[in-house]
Ligand binder design. Sequence first.
Ligand code: HEC
Ligand code: HEC
Length: 466
Amino acid sequence: MGAFPDLFGGVDVAAFGLIDDEASDFPIGVSSAVVQHLGGVSAIGVNCASCHLGEVGLPGKPPIRVVGMTSHFDAEAFFGAVTVAMLRSAEPNGMMRFLKHYVLAGGLGDVGAVEASVNRQIDKIDSVVRNNPFGSVGIKPGQLHKLDSAALAITPAEVIGGADLAPTVRALLRTFYNMRTALHLPAVLPSELPPPGGPGRNNAFGLLSQSLFGVAITHAPVKFGLVWNVAERGWVHWDGNTQQPIARNLAASLGLGAPIVDNRALLDLALVQRHTALTEMIRAPTYPRGWPLDTAAAKRAAAHYQRHCAVCHDVESKDPQARLHNPFVIGTDIRRARQFDRRQEALHDKLFRTLRISGYTQGEAPPFRATGKYWAVDLAGVWARSPYLHNGSVRTMWELLSPAKNRAQTFWRGTSVYDPQHMGFVDDGSFRFDVSVPGNSNAGHEYGADLADNERRDLIEYLKTL
Ligand code: HEC
Ligand code: HEC
């Protein structure tokens, strides 16, 4: 980060929309561990909370934290910056910059003396990088290098003392190779990148398909799922495509940096099981005490809710199709419903059938299915689901209950300040959401369009009580 501040917007990962954590050196959702395939040095990574823990507050008041709520983490920007930084270090100038910061980050040293020492070896470093820019020489695709931990642990004092830097540069290039392999990333970026997803969203299954199977599919950025009351859900995700929570979380881990070598996943199953058990305990957040709520209006609207919303959102049925609706009927953006098709179902099921994960055996039923539809979620905690719809394209409940033509064409995204009257985040933040970008349509789901303004207001008060 220090080496390429232009990519990282500073020297703090919190710049990517993560929440500062007073109790830790890292923001919420970032943790550090010693990772063997990254050279046995301390490495940071993101965990479930980077995407699934949010903050929300009334104007001028300190925000409250809500576990399971969509965060404002810009995951695509973060991983994009890490990837570009690795690629820059594959050319000599970039490597020189990186190396100086790397050595100095290892312990305080005399900046000038370290720089002078590194600069003296410039020709040697140049040739090491040119000979093997992507660290891929001498390794079969899909395998991981064994790394030279001693070379990676070089100190400023050793550098000033004239230590040979070639082994360190070699080890760094191989570390980047392992990192890319673990993230299932190609050495060379595709020439055309999709439009940025922004905070709180990513093209989850598109990225999984690309990285795990090398298959490019429809680009469909979606809001990070809301992780509460999941124990009651047979199937999860916006299209209800996954059952078996452990398989779901294994897929998330593989997508976020657990390597696969010779069909064997290198991950700690006990940790994934722990995440899974914790996840199943999260309940929907009740509307905060002391926030504006008109209980008389809520009472007036209860019947309206029963008539117009409960038919889809409160279905008590064991039928795994009961909550699924055809996107042509609902009218919302089609891409995510189309994205996970029969081919994806087969690829995912095969991966989980054949992948060896120490301690894991797959249940009888395959974990994945292609539905082509959207899931009508339970609306408990709906006040905290803004911006609404699977792609997060409608900022407030007021707009969701209005005809699509009255909804904003662009809005700002990324603030934690909340507007209780319209039930959603205020129009502010770092990212401009544009509904005309492919995947961002805010059309459809016009189930409150016929309401008069006072009825719409009442229904919002009722929804706060769910
Ligand atoms: C990079 C951000 C990110 C991280 C990290 C992440 N998720 Fe998610 N999660 C998502 C997205 C995006 C979806 C929605 C995917 C879809 O349906 O297409 C999702 C969906 C879910 C859902 C389904 C919710 C629903 O309503 O269907 C659960 C459960 C879940 N995640 C749990 C976890 C757990 C547990 C972890 C840690 C092991 C984790 N996630 C890590 C982004 C993330
Ligand atoms: C015909 C079935 C149907 C009816 C009726 C219906 N919905 Fe929905 N609703 C859905 C489906 C399906 C989705 C998912 C669509 C998507 O995300 O693209 C959805 C999505 C939502 C969401 C977005 C959830 C999120 O995480 O962003 C909210 C909020 C919602 N509905 C509220 C309501 C309310 C309030 C009513 C009554 C005025 C209502 N719905 C009526 C089927 C329905």
